[in-house]
Design a protein around this ligand. Structure first.
Ligand code: SF4
Length: 316
């Protein structure tokens, strides 16, 4: 996940959302150990372990958000629903992940994944063709020592690098028709002076999302607003698809599902989560009520965020 971490809503048109996004943190497991990761749920009883439970969850979400006519749909006026698989690292799950992806597609969702990229080329499985509408790959530094210092490295010392990133984007663009590609970069004390311009322009991305490191991990990697602004300004005016999100705009939670299959939100800060019961047990509407979900607040938060910066969405 991650700082990869999380959000949720997308493009708006004159008072309506085109796309409503549900962020499912399908697993806590990850092969990396980023210093700033807050995808921690304390070894949850992860719902994906049962394919029947995955299908039940997807059915409930599809019946409510896609085929139903709930208040949230009437108010937000969205045209489609995207299920974003986040983690942890969703591609660590082996066959359960592509199965969930195919099921989600069959049930009418648009699909996306936020990944650290390490399994895109070296995974035990290939993503089924044409099952993914969007991919978000986390990439924080072009320098191996910096990625290692940030914890973006596995136990064997492997760290998803520039060449792998280029190959993975190229490969996915061939196998996933109409795929939108996005890179997420968390700007911190170790990379804020890096110039990503040549790399990003070479990738033909739909979006390069840059996020200021949130104050949840090691404080020595935090940067000032001025440093973040300087990073952003260095990359402006070069035709890059940059979308910047500072600390000030990364405050509220969105519609998120944890690995247990519960809605959760963090309306008062990262450490103050409230959780519903399992959606598969109580249904979508009851679960939403249990986290006091309010679509008016959701909508106003969406517009506040998107008027103050270029966009908003998850991290890996
Ligand atoms: S890659 Fe994402 S989920 Fe994994 S440790 Fe890093 S931030 Fe956390």
């Amino acid at each position: 996940m991650s700082s990869e971490n999380h959000l949720v809503v997308n493009t708006a048109t004159a008072g309506q959302l085109n796309e409503f996004v549900i962020n499912w943190h399908i697993t806590e497991a990850c092969n990396y150990n980023c210093t700033y990761c807050f995808a921690k749920w304390g070894k949850p009883n992860e719902l994906h372990r049962s394919l029947g439970a995955i299908e039940k969850l997807l059915d409930k979400l599809a019946n409510y958000f896609i085929h139903g006519n709930p208040e949230i749909k009437r108010i937000l006026g969205y045209q489609s629903v995207r299920l974003n698989f986040a983690g942890g690292e969703p591609m660590m799950l082996g066959s359960a992940f592509p199965t969930a992806l195919v099921m989600a597609k069959q049930k009418g969702f648009k699909t996306s994944i936020v990944t650290n990229g390490s399994y895109l080329l070296r995974g035990r499985f290939q993503l089924p063709p044409n099952t993914l509408d969007m991919v978000g790959i986390s990439f924080d530094s072009q320098q191996h020592p910096v990625r290692r210092e940030l914890g973006r490295i596995d136990r064997k010392g492997n760290s998803f690098n520039i060449d792998e990133l280029k190959l993975a984007v190229q490969h996915l663009s061939h196998t996933q028709k109409g795929l939108k590609t996005k890179i997420n970069t968390v700007v911190n004390a170790l990379n804020w002076e890096e110039d990503f311009s040549p790399l990003i322009s070479s990738l033909s991305l739909d979006k390069w999302k840059v996020l200021q490191l949130m104050p949840t991990g090691r404080t020595d990697f935090l940067i000032s607003d001025e440093q973040f602004t300087s990073f952003v300004e260095r990359h402006l005016g070069k035709g890059l698809p940059i979308s910047a999100e500072s600390n000030n705009t990364m405050t509220e939670s969105y519609l998120m599902i944890d690995p247990n299959g519960r809605f959760y939100q963090n309306s008062k800060g990262m450490s103050d989560y409230s959780y519903s019961e399992r959606i598969t047990d109580v249904g979508v509407e009851t679960a939403l009520n249990q986290i006091s979900f309010n679509c008016h607040r959701f909508m106003s938060r969406y517009y506040a965020e998107n008027s103050s910066n270029i966009c908003g969405e998850v991290l890996a």
